[in-house]
Write a protein that binds this ligand. Structure first.
Ligand SMILES: *[C@@H]1O[C@H](CO)[C@@H](O)[C@H](O)[C@H]1NC(C)=O
Ligand SMILES: *[C@@H]1O[C@H](CO)[C@@H](O)[C@H](O)[C@H]1NC(C)=O
Ligand SMILES: *[C@@H]1O[C@H](CO)[C@@H](O)[C@H](O)[C@H]1NC(C)=O
Length: 339
């Protein structure tokens, strides 16, 4: 298996006693003078702040929006280091939203997406909050192209509002896995039991603070798979979840966000003018690729920005990636969250 980065698990915690590791920011941050946090928030008790320059960056660690090509490698490493850390810790996590859609197509992050989403179980968020909040995890990515040879640190930060399970627009993200070099991060939300439904004797409804709701059987038992070359889990009913969130076309349309799915390579690539037959319109068609400025937006989280078809390009439904449909195993009672 050849990966763009091979990750050496040189992971250690900046933790004096090894148990509670609440590192103050000045120990974590390389550039303490930077302040690109957008503190202009609607509510004073919003915990995580995005940056002033872009939505999907932490302004304490990043100072600019990365371009399309740069971003990709950083996001891949962000995902790989997250997966390997959660696997080491033993936290139960799986991918959702735009990341799940990327997994469905190519087992990789969607190249136009800068928003990575993971979900954890309630038990896992409690564990992360109690023992791993503000821990810094350092990896050597052995990336010869990078100035620092790929020596990277990632911060795991848990929102103190995580323990409050009620819907809360400003504190719906329970934790973040943050790249301290670029400010890119993974949003981590918690799948919770719905106490209201349980009180009414309804078995199954689960909730997330961002207003998504799922049934227990939509998610569990989790399926074992790989993402960006690393072992990860996905929800049992991944296809239904994706259709509900992005519409049926998102699973079949090979044109999306100015990209085309190359069935042979099993990869999304930017549409070129050759794909569109419009090369004559470009002055400088470098490889015929003309990326629009708007490529940084995300497909995650919201039902409104479902991937759309590019006008004039016929939909081709061939060679779609096929994911084996295994029969549902009998439900194991110990997989249910303890009540
Ligand atoms: C995590 O640590 C930060 C920094 O010390 C703190 O502000 C936050 O409340 C902590 N989160 C939890 C869940 O304790
Ligand atoms: C939980 O969050 C909600 C929404 O922000 C808030 O109204 C409520 O007071 C919080 N509860 C506690 C115990 O902090
Ligand atoms: C919890 O379940 C109840 C009853 O099924 C439902 O009305 C409510 O919307 C659910 N809450 C959330 C936050 O999903």
């Amino acid at each position: 298996m050849r990966l763009p980065f091979s990750i050496l698990l040189a992971c250690f915690l900046f933790s004096p006693n090894g148990i509670l590791a609440d590192a103050p920011y000045d120990q974590v941050q390389d550039n303490p003078t930077w302040s690109n946090q957008n503190l202009d928030d609607v509510r004073a008790d919003k915990y995580f702040h995005e940056s002033t320059f872009a939505e999907h960056y932490d302004g304490r660690f990043g100072d600019r929006k990365l371009n399309y090509d740069e971003r990709r490698g950083h996001l891949t490493a962000l995902m790989q280091t997250y997966i390997s850390t959660m696997n080491d810790i033993g936290a139960e996590t799986w991918i959702m939203h735009g990341s799940l859609l990327g997994w469905y197509w190519s087992r990789k992050i969607l190249p136009w997406d800068s928003d990575i989403d993971a979900m954890v179980s309630e038990q896992s968020i409690h564990h992360l909050a109690a023992y791993h909040n503000m821990t810094v995890h350092t990896f050597d990515l052995h990336n010869d192209d990078a100035e620092d040879n790929g020596h990277r640190s990632y911060l795991l930060e848990v929102n103190p509002h995580y323990a409050n399970g009620s819907l809360d627009e400003v504190n719906k993200i329970d934790a973040r896995w943050i790249d301290t070099t670029t400010g890119l991060f993974i949003d981590i939300t918690t799948l919770r039991r719905n106490a209201t439904a349980e009180a009414r004797g309804i078995d199954g409804p689960m909730m997330v603070k961002d207003r998504h709701h799922y049934n227990y059987d939509d998610i569990f038992p989790l399926r074992h798979t790989t993402f960006e070359g690393y072992p990860i889990k996905v929800p049992f009913m991944y296809a239904d979840i994706l259709i509900e969130e992005y519409g049926e076309k998102a699973l079949s349309d090979v044109y999306c966000e100015n990209h085309i799915f190359d069935a042979e390579l099993r990869e999304w690539r930017p549409l070129s003018c050759k794909d569109r037959g419009t090369c004559g319109y470009f002055r400088n068609p470098v490889d015929g690729i003309n990326l629009p400025a708007s490529l940084d937006h995300s497909v995650g989280g919201s039902k409104t920005n479902a991937p759309h078809q590019i006008a004039g390009v016929p939909s081709a439904l061939h060679n779609l990636p096929h994911v084996g449909e295994s029969p549902r195993p009998p439900r194991l009672s110990q997989q249910r969250p303890s009540r």
